[in-house]
Design a protein around this ligand. Structure first.
Ligand SMILES: [Ca+2]
Length: 335
């Protein structure tokens, strides 16, 4: 009887293993979402945080990074040096209109020339956006975290790109303003060029998702979470904190940093992740951009998914630290 039981158990095990193996073999790695990142990096430091988060998000496949809001020489150099440190010079850079102007992180790129960038650099960033969306095998997600001049120029040249891409933006203020204020604000990325914001936020994208100040304006890292970053010896985290220390007028002294500024743009990266966004509450709203840079709920506006509150803000802060301290995603083979 005992021998029979052992035999039965053995048979069950063999059958279970036999059925499990083909299942595992059939599992394919989850598809990555192709992304264009459009940034005014070099003004507020949160773009640099968002770029590092993007490069460490294995489900996002970065096809192009473009600069927006002038100063494209300085912003482009910053992107180029960060991608060089990341070992991701396979990612092309597209420069937005207007080369002149300083960035607050110029000290970090001093001595680095755009010619040193091993990857492709497109002088016409708007055209690069059009070409990347047109030639993509799968629909692209455009993640925009600055004023929208470059993307507006792309839509002006070729309005048909919207139907082939989704849009995720850090834009606007719906129920709350800066610092969680109950008064709405004319949020900077919209107010800085309201006509450009209106064109982009009313275009017929496959899907529009935004994080207004209501959610992104509440994100900081302090205490243990910030300490975990200071302890990290990851080269991208080091580069991020060096940039932050220059930006924060600490003359590059990372040891003097005690917490982050508001990390608005990182939430744009999170909203581009595949699957449900369990940490934030998204509402379907119709939004209009006013001439003075407000994003108002208006029945005649454009339908979009708006992250209007957090369901778990601490969970997001933990996710952010986890992603930032994880390895940089290597270049993936073409699908
Ligand atoms: Ca920004």
């Amino acid at each position: 009887m005992k021998a029979l039981s052992v035999c039965c158990l053995g048979l069950i095990l063999v059958l279970w293993t036999a059925s499990a193996v083909p299942l595992r073999a059939a599992e394919k790695p989850a598809k990555r979402i192709p992304v264009i990142f459009d940034t005014d990096i070099g003004d507020d430091i949160d773009d640099t945080w968002a770029l590092v988060m993007l490069l460490k998000s294995p489900r996002l496949d970065v096809k192009l990074i473009t600069t927006t809001c002038h100063s494209s020489a300085g912003r482009g150099k910053l992107v180029a040096k960060l991608l060089t440190v990341a070992g991701r010079t396979d990612i092309p850079i597209g420069l937005g209109p207007g080369a002149e102007g300083k960035t607050r992180q110029d000290d970090w790129t001093e001595g680095f020339s755009m010619d040193e960038y091993a990857g492709k650099v497109f002088a016409d960033g708007a055209q690069a956006i059009i070409d990347t969306i047109r030639t993509g095998k799968r629909p692209i997600t455009v993640v925009a975290v600055g004023p929208l001049q470059t993307l507006s120029a792309a839509l002006g040249k070729d309005p048909t790109i919207a139907a082939k891409a989704s849009f995720v933006g850090m834009h606007g203020s719906v129920y709350r303003g800066y610092g969680g204020s109950p008064e709405v604000s004319a949020e900077y990325n919209v107010r800085r060029d309201a006509p450009a914001a209106r064109r982009v936020l009313s275009a017929p994208w496959r899907k529009i998702t935004i994080t207004p100040l209501d959610t992104c304006g509440l994100v900081h890292l302090e205490g243990q979470r910030f300490a975990a970053l200071k302890k990290s010896d990851d080269p991208m985290v080091r580069a991020l904190l060096e940039n932050y220390a220059i930006w924060a007028d600490k003359k590059g002294r990372v040891a003097e940093l005690t917490g982050s500024s508001t990390l608005f743009d990182t939430v744009g990266i999170y909203l581009a992740y595949p699957g449900p966004k369990r940490l934030a509450a998204l509402e379907a709203l119709t939004i209009t951009v006013t001439d003075d840079g407000y994003t108002r709920i208006d029945p005649a506006g454009t339908k979009m998914s708006v992250a209007t509150s957090w369901t778990n803000l601490d969970g997001y802060r933990d996710l952010l630290v986890r992603v930032l301290t994880s390895p940089t995603t290597p270049k993936q083979p073409a699908e």
